[in-house]
Ligand binder design. Structure first.
Ligand SMILES: C[S@@+](CC[C@H](N)C(=O)[O-])C[C@H]1O[C@@H](n2cnc3c(N)ncnc32)[C@H](O)[C@@H]1O
Length: 272
């Protein structure tokens, strides 16, 4: 499939994307697996993993769907998707038609739509690609430019720097067209307005301790977003200090929340 639209996605072409995706999967996969478990996905399911990243959830769906099922994993950049047994397709979810293999029993996207200014249209087109009774699972975050709350820090100045840094990262993503608060403001109602039933939302927030996978993500962001962070007044010395904080086991903060919203297409449409 062809991509004709320019992307504003803040991490398109960024350094260390492989490590970034690895950190995301380590942090977020347990919450996503729990969310998918509650849906009772049957063997033989047809699944579409949108914006598959490193492919961990495509692999998980592959295992749930079993040998009689089918999993399509799509992304703007498929070079990092590892998902044996899944069909991997280059695809721009903003403008390309749904991939072959549908209608789908499960469509899942994590931390993808919030980056796209067209998220509402994308969501309704994903809902249209569902089979009757099929589940749409959209997972986003819910953070503001106030930054992530610090839980423990032995150095007060570090807590202040980290708060400013994490708030600036949220602001940079918003400047690139993302809605980092969408998980808390808009996602649930958008699902309900897309004629989905049984819409429900679970909000998970873990603490991230220095040296752990979540804190690794902060370090990666200091390098990926060095230029826009510099434009917001962060010196290389500040960013080196953020990396030091992120590796300090005495430091902890709340991580980016994982907000999981799911809804299903009606089993059958009313007869006229
Ligand atoms: C933050 S990463 C999340 C990756 C994966 N969903 C996860 O949670 O581990 C966002 C992913 O969305 C993909 N993406 C961004 N814009 C896209 C678009 N317009 N169409 C399809 N994928 C897109 C990126 O290439 C990237 O792999």
């Amino acid at each position: 499939m062809s991509t004709t639209l320019e992307t504003q996605y803040a991490f398109h072409g960024a350094v260390e994307v492989h490590d970034q995706l690895d950190a995301l999967e380590t942090m977020l996969d347990p919450g996503t697996a729990e969310c998918l478990r509650t849906l009772g996905i049957p063997a033989g399911a047809r699944c579409w993993e949108v914006g598959a990243g490193g492919g961990s959830i495509a692999r998980h769906l592959r295992a749930l769907a079993g040998p009689g099922g089918h999993v399509v994993a799509t992304d703007l950049d498929t070079s990092r998707i590892v998902a044996p047994g899944a069909e991997i397709l280059q695809h721009d979810v903003r403008c390309d038609p749904a991939p072959p293999g549908g209608p789908f029993d499960v469509i899942h996207a994590r931390w993808v739509l919030m980056h796209l200014p067209e998220r509402r249209d994308v969501l309704s087109r994903l809902a249209d690609a569902l089979a009757p009774g099929g589940w749409l699972v959209i997972e986003e975050s819910a953070v503001t430019s106030d930054g992530l709350p610090v839980l423990t820090s032995s150095v007060p100045a570090d807590a202040e720097l980290f708060g400013r840094f994490s708030g600036a990262v949220v602001g940079i993503l918003a400047d690139a067209g993302a809605d980092p608060q969408w998980g808390a403001h808009g996602l649930h109602s958008a699902m309900a307005e897309s004629s989905l039933e049984d819409v429900r939302t679970v909000h998970r927030t873990d603490s991230w301790t220095g040296g752990g996978p979540g804190s690794r993500l902060h370090s990666i962001h200091t390098r990926q977003l060095r230029e826009p962070l510099g434009a917001r007044g962060f010196t290389d010395g500040d960013l080196a200090r953020v990396r030091h904080i992120a590796s300090d086991p005495a430091f902890s903060a709340l991580g980016y929340p994982l907000v999981s919203t799911c809804g299903r297409r009606a089993q059958r449409t009313a007869q006229r």
